[in-house]
Design a protein around this ligand. Structure first.
Ligand SMILES: NC(=O)c1ccc[n+]([C@@H]2O[C@H](COP(=O)([O-])OP(=O)(O)OC[C@H]3O[C@@H](n4cnc5c(N)ncnc54)[C@H](OP(=O)(O)O)[C@@H]3O)[C@@H](O)[C@H]2O)c1
Length: 336
């Protein structure tokens, strides 16, 4: 397999975790990193072994040697950063949630199509072997017809007005940051288009949701019950129940290395335990490499349609809560 020159935009928390994985994938070349601050970029490049660093995202986007750019900025910046990369002919792996809303995402996907470039949301959960094993059990009919999904992603995050998580301007809130995982699982197990979406949220002092609860009802009477938030601890496992059995994805379901299949009497039938090779992010990197090496513009594991379907539900939820990002009060989807 060929080697791919990666560019990384943003030097925050997830960029560090991702670059640790990048360093463990032989086909990945840690080529360039960009920060809004040249010194931060230089320090990050030195720490992770990047060949180049830039003090602006534009400079990185214009580097002709880059094969693919990983965007690790806050949600509010994804639209601008992805459009910058796509306009400059770069393939893109963009952190979740890929955009603030469907309008932005639609423009980003159209741009990728127009420029004939690869675009994937960094929904790493969908690339993980344990998750794929659970999906395989479902498609093989091992649990019968799926009737119910329960998935939570809650933890305690101390309030910090400077943290993007609490900032409307940064696209903060538990919905786009956390609920995107349970919603993606529900869409994979039950379908992308529920018949009914019932949701409620606790909106904090800054105007973003600190916790939320979402109930999806499907045409055939199946349900998904999903909870996310920054205010309560939780085991964060996921249960996918069918009329012949059930699957439990272990605690922290989106990054677990363990999936268990039970029959309808809750007797264990099979357990899948697949340890990470690096830290679990290597699988999405390998998926990007696989797509690029065969010229795919869209991953079959993380298709655009799935990213859009989940975004649609999140738009619906926010609409019912009356929660808008400041960018949405202005005319253009990017907020300019
Ligand atoms: N896949 C996962 O497991 C996972 C986990 C956590 C987060 N995420 C996603 O990754 C993205 C970044 O999250 P994070 O937790 O890494 O955020 P973070 O620690 O706040 O870092 C974001 C970085 O983006 C850059 N940036 C650009 N514009 C910014 C702005 N207006 N405010 C603050 N930073 C800005 C900064 O880098 P420079 O200063 O160097 O330019 C900053 O370090 C989010 O979309 C989040 O949902 C994914």
């Amino acid at each position: 397999m060929s080697r791919f020159k990666w560019g990384v935009i943003g030097t925050g928390r997830i960029a560090r975790t991702f670059c640790e994985a990048l360093g463990g994938v032989p086909e990945a070349e840690l080529y360039a990193v960009a920060s809004r601050t040249a010194e931060k970029g230089e320090a990050f490049a030195k720490e992770f072994g990047f060949e180049k660093s830039y003090g602006s995202y534009k400079q990185l986007a214009e580097d002709e040697d880059i094969d693919v750019v990983y965007i690790a900025t806050p949600m509010s910046a994804h639209f601008e950063d992805a459009m910058l990369c796509l306009e400059n002919g770069k393939n893109v792996l963009c952190e979740k949630s890929a955009a603030l809303n469907c309008e932005q995402l639609g423009i980003m996907l159209d741009k990728a199509k127009e420029k004939d470039l690869f675009f994937m949301e960094a929904m790493w959960m969908k690339c993980r072997p344990t998750y794929l094993k659970a999906m395989e059990w479902i498609s093989e009919g091992r649990i019968g017809k799926v009737r119910y999904v329960k998935a939570d992603f809650c933890n305690i995050v101390e309030y910090d007005p400077n943290d993007r998580l609490f900032s409307p301007a940064c696209g903060g809130g538990a919905l786009l940051d956390l609920a995107v995982y349970p919603l993606t699982l529900a869409a994979d197990a039950l379908g992308a288009e529920p018949d009914e979406i019932i949701s409620s949220a606790h909106i904090g002092r800054d105007g973003v949701d600190l916790s939320n609860s979402i109930l999806l009802r499907y045409k055939d009477g199946a349900f998904a019950s999903l909870n996310s938030g920054f205010e309560i601890p939780n085991t964060n496992n996921a249960v996918i129940s069918g009329d012949k059995g059930l699957i439990v994805l272990g605690n922290w379901f989106f990054c677990t290395c363990e999936a268990t299949l039970y029959d309808r009497d809750c007797k264990e039938i099979e357990k899948s335990v697949i340890p990470n090779i690096v830290n679990g992010y290597e699988y999405e990197i390998e998926e990007v490499h696989r797509c690029l090496s065969i010229g795919l513009k869209e991953s079959r594991i993380v298709p655009h349609s799935s990213t859009m379907a989940v975004m649609k539900i999140m738009d619906e939820c926010r609409k019912s809560w009356g929660m808008k990002f400041p960018q949405e009060m202005k005319k253009m989807p990017g907020g300019s």
